[in-house]
Design a protein around this ligand. Structure first.
Ligand code: DAH
Length: 339
């Protein structure tokens, strides 16, 4: 019996010594100390021993159990330490390695310039208003003094959704929407997307951006219009910029004008960009037509106003020397990353 116990102990300790991971330690524990384990079997079979032998063998068996158990625990710790050390080594971070640069997004040039323009007008006391891109014929045309069958409708190739609903062709409808809900003094700009079913080329896109302006108060004159727009032009294109106003016609203003600025590229000397004229047309403007004030529920005998509308895309192209409007909409990262 003693020999058998000795053998079990020796064999168990041997196995434990060779064990590699905690899994096989558990197997060893079951093999010797488990319910059906070798040592347990011996303790169970003690009934068959002579009574005087029982306590001796019992004590011995318990010793063997303790030895095996403590060896198991010891080996378990050892293995744990090895595993931990290995993991720490694998997961260690070399903090001296150079980091990866996160690629940062940038503002689109349209957004950058719109932000600049907005700042300029906020500085002159304007508020920013917005209107819907899906618009009623009434606001886009009718209330801007462009009745059905008016020839001005033909110049704006309109995307109609149905007879009364369309994609706005300009930001001017927001003039009426603002006057309807706000009493003078009114001083707003309206940036936004507009739509026209033009054929796409270097200067035409079915979607582009305008910035509308509207000022309505007592005693507003053409002098206010010219002053505000000249300050604006110098702020956005540079202090040397000159402006000139040419008579024009828009149904919603009377009198109407177009404003040119001295060419940013050649400083007015004449170049390819300005077709050798030295001037670039950047906006339409005028004194708000009395009928338009009336559509906005404002009494034209008491108030006057001026309005203007400019194409943002063209201004962006001027500032950055971009010669094709399509580049602004293709989202080609090679193009965008230059700004
Ligand atoms: N809505 C005009 C267009 O899209 C631009 C315009 C011209 C707006 C004169 C105005 C204005 O407010 O007074 O062509």
């Amino acid at each position: 019996m003693r020999e058998k116990l000795d053998l079990i102990q020796k064999e168990a300790l041997d196995n434990i010594e060779k064990a590699g991971e905690s899994n096989s330690l558990e197997e060893i524990r079951v093999k010797y100390l488990g319910k059906k384990g070798q040592l347990t079997q011996i303790l169970r079979g003690m009934g068959k021993l002579a009574p005087e032998e029982r306590p001796v063998v019992g004590q011995l068996a318990n010793q063997v159990r303790q030895v095996i158990e403590s060896k198991l625990t010891e080996k378990g710790r050892e293995i744990e330490e090895i595993v931990l050390a290995k993991r720490l080594k694998e997961e260690s971070i070399d903090v001296t390695l150079p980091g990866k640069k996160p690629s940062l997004g940038k503002l689109h040039p349209l957004t950058t310039v719109l932000n600049q323009i907005t700042e300029i007008f906020l500085g002159m006391g304007f508020d920013v208003a917005e209107g819907p891109e899906i618009e009623l014929d009434y606001y886009n045309f009718e209330a801007l003094n462009i009745p059905k069958n008016h020839p001005a409708r033909d110049t704006q190739d309109t995307f109609y959704i149905n007879e009364n609903i369309l994609l706005r062709t300009h930001t001017s409808p927001t003039q009426i929407r603002t006057m309807e809900v706000q009493e003078p003094p009114i001083k707003i700009i309206v940036p936004g997307r507009v739509y026209r079913s033009d054929a796409v080329d270097a200067t035409h896109s079915p979607i582009f951006h305008q910035i509308e302006g509207l000022v309505v108060d007592k005693n507003i004159t053409m002098g206010d219009l010219k002053g505000v727009l000249d300050v604006f032009a110098k702020a956005i294109f540079g202090p040397k910029t000159r402006t000139r106003f040419r008579p024009h016609h828009f149904p919603f203003t009377e009198p109407s004008a177009e404003m040119d600025v001295s060419c940013v590229t050649c400083d007015g000397q004449g170049c390819r960009i300005c077709s050798n004229t030295g001037w670039i047309e950047i906006l339409g403007a005028g004194m708000v037509h009395p009928k338009v004030l009336e559509y906005g529920n404002i009494d034209p005998n008491e108030y006057t106003g001026f309005a203007f509308g400019m194409g943002l895309d063209r201004i962006v192209n001027q500032i950055y020397g971009i010669d094709d409007i399509r580049l602004l909409y293709e989202n080609d990262i090679r193009f965008l990353s230059q700004f």
